[in-house]
Design a protein around this ligand. Sequence first.
Ligand code: FES
Ligand code: FE2
Length: 375
Amino acid sequence: MLFRDEKQRLGLLGLHCSHRGADLSFGRLEDGGLRCLYHGWLYDTGGRCLEQPGEPPESQYKEKIHHKAYPCQEAGNIIFTYMGPGDPPILPAYEILNVPEEHRFVCKVWSDCNYLQGNEGNIDPVHLSFLHSIFDENLAGAGRPTPYRTVRGSEASPNQLFGDNMAPTIDVEETDFGLRISTCRGVGQDKGYLRVSNFVMPNLSAVPGETQGAGYLSNWHVPIDDERHWKYMIVFSREAPLDKEKFRRRYAAEIDANYRPVRNPTNRYLQDRAEMKNKTFAGMGLFFAEHDLFATESMGPIRDRTQEHLGQTDKAIIAARRLLLKMIRNMQQDGEPLHVIRDPGANRFPHLVVLSEVIPQSMDWRSYWKTKVRE
Ligand code: FES
Ligand SMILES: [Fe+2]
């Protein structure tokens, strides 16, 4: 259970009291800690037992109690904790966590599938031509509160560009944080639609979102157990404050007060067959996160990968799975996985760049990408 003590310090403690197991989340916040309702044991944020008021006054028994506690750190309107062995590594200095609060919008949604399955939706750039496709450009275009923006220097929205070329050239390269995934689509005379997204080890991604050009969207998939996870969605703009009210309204229409998706398997994601005729490919409205939930949850809580048939379009998925397997082997041999930061000098990510732009098709995507590295 997570709490703030009277001095606003964060504590993340094991849920059940070390005494006889009552649920500490019902406890009283007082006297420098959290007091269990059952017999009044008092814990501080570090899990030390400060008082056992029912024990004899001379008893030192409380010194023997080491209640489970995890260190917490707050950044970007999110509370992080470290549950691994040894000292916590450094929290990565991602732009999403470091821009001013008014420049960022954070929300989460419950996901009924394994966290990796959820994140693979971000690593797969090909589904954008299908699952999220919107036939009616008036719905997809500017002037509507949708996740689309007109690509700079081009008349077409990403929605049209994804539709114009459904079989892109995908390039994947390993970086110090995970994978950089580029997708190039020829979309007319010497025009290439370049999209660069990133798989960030081990459970997040940085992809174009509605602040594209000025920022991006990160989806952070945090396991609850093997078959369920929270998806944190973090949008930011480095250039200007966001209209958070607009974001809130839009998210509230799709995600309820308990962070459960309005469209879910029990109502078949409210799929509308009439909408599929001329409005959207999926018939599930305009909110991408709901489309993605459909795709990743409908595979089952953990997809049996031996039953899949991966094609060329799955290049990035294959690379991500290989990287994760390699890191698991590293850990089994007492190594550390990629992107565990211990050196403050290495905690910089100017090369974590997200792009969604039309460039000359003859131009090598890497030379364009290089101009966008924010040194
Ligand atoms: S169960 Fe918590 S003090 Fe007894
Ligand atoms: Fe998606």
